[in-house]
Design a binder for this molecule. Sequence first.
Ligand code: NYM
Ligand code: MG
Length: 414
Amino acid sequence: MHGSGHIYVRVSCVFMRIARVWREFLLSPFFLRMVQFFSRFFLAFILSFSSKRHAPKGSGYCASVRTMTRVRGLRNSKILIGTKKKSKTNAYSLETTSKRTLERKREREGEKRKSGARKGEQEAQRERAITTTTTVFSSALIRPRGCGGGGGGGASYSSKSRSEKTTGGHSGRRKQRRPRAKSGAAEERYSELDDAKMAAKSLSRGAFILFEGVDRCGKTTQASKLVDSLNQSGITSELWRYPDRTTTIGKMIDDYLQCKADSDDASMHLLFAANRWEKKKLMEEKLKAGVTLVVDRYGYSGVAFTTAKRLPGLDQQWCKHSETGLVKPDCLMYMEISEEAAKKRGGFGEERYETTEMQKNVREVFADLREDWWNVVDADRTIEEVEKDVQKIAKEAVERCKKGTELQHFKPGW
Ligand code: NYM
Ligand code: MG
């Protein structure tokens, strides 16, 4: 009995000690703060689920609900409980002391305001565009002439001269700007037709007219006659010849043709091509600037003369390769002359390739190269007869390019 009584005493002593520690813990300020914290947190948590509709905008209630809703999502948001405020509507407000949270909130609100303003601007722009289009289409599609001062630029914006009148002549800056559409002011309107015309105008350029054929076919005569007549009729044009013997490469070619120097056939072919490549940029610039180029021989001669040598490896495909990427002519006039007519025009000169055998082969290769879009001109006739045809074909090409077409280039394999 004595033993069991001793055990009871010891157990009760342990319990007493535990109860004392527990009491101390419950009465400790730490525990009280914990209780305070969790009860407020719990209250706010419940409030965050309740409808916001019942609280007026801007009230502490809404703020606290929003804060708590965010708190649920924010792991490191620090909340200090103890500031229980009563708002006008008796709603509870919880204040977060987390500066970062407040800053983020302000940032987000600022961004919202900014994007709202941007949206407003875009909306206004869209509305302006719609108004412009509607007014343009409801009014005459073609701007009334006469108000812009007339002149040669009928298809272009006549607003230039108008703006000069109104602004006192800042034409340099004004030129790049598109005229602003103002409903009610017919002079200030522009139409889509004008846009289309402007786009076409930007592609407007000079024509690349090419003459090809065997030696003594009369292409040099016709090319220079054509340039003269085009220039006389106000079409700026230049006569180009290949090979261009004035360049360094051209001088090497000249030596070769005049049999002053000998060289490998493949490298000569590439030199002829290089002579074209070295002028490609200038050619594009001239054409884009509206200059019509009348060219005496080009890549077709390059392919025809090298292939005509009938050398292994130097076939048509190989010869075409070095021309790929060069500007393609807009109009090709192949001067077709019979062997008899060519013979009547006098013997060949001293230059390389000027042999009956070579010319026969060249003629065959040209026949092989011929495409549907080529203009085959009967060169057996008199100069005047040929000239008539040549001018008609050339003027059509000039008109086509003036209206606006993109520059073409030789594609791989052509
Ligand atoms: N020739 C011309 C070529 O062999 N390859 C070329 O690429 C070119 C453009 O030059 N007989 C040849 C053909 C002619 C020679 O031409 C000189 P022209 O048009 O006779 O001056
Ligand atoms: Mg010649």
